[in-house]
Design a protein around this ligand. Sequence first.
Ligand SMILES: [Zn+2]
Length: 136
Amino acid sequence: MADGRELVANVPIRCCAPSESFAPGGICGEPACWERPDAELGGAHFCDVHRGPTDVAIAGVAIVRRVHVVAEIVFNAARTGRAASEDEAVTRLLDAVRAAGGAVSLHAVTTDVGRQPIPVLAGVTSGRRGRGGPGG
Ligand SMILES: [Zn+2]
């Protein structure tokens, strides 16, 4: 297989060791520092815990397969003001993707305001929703 083009973004390389105890996908997924030179692409990188005796440290360039997911992620704002709301939502998204071992190429952030219907929950009586709980 050809090595392919040079990928610019520095996305974490993740351990491919199979594991039933790790979800999702049944692999370890932790950052990988070791590679198995004769393994197939997608099964060649390992973390410190799962490295084998013949694995070598990843140095210089690693051949990786990248999965690109295009999606629209929506949050209801939890802060006041457009800029603060967008900053908080983007930070939350970046943190979640980094925790999952990925990286984000941010293209656009937009905000709108509208009415969101709230489902009626069984057993909840209607009443005035005040600030600060009881007595507030
Ligand atoms: Zn691992």
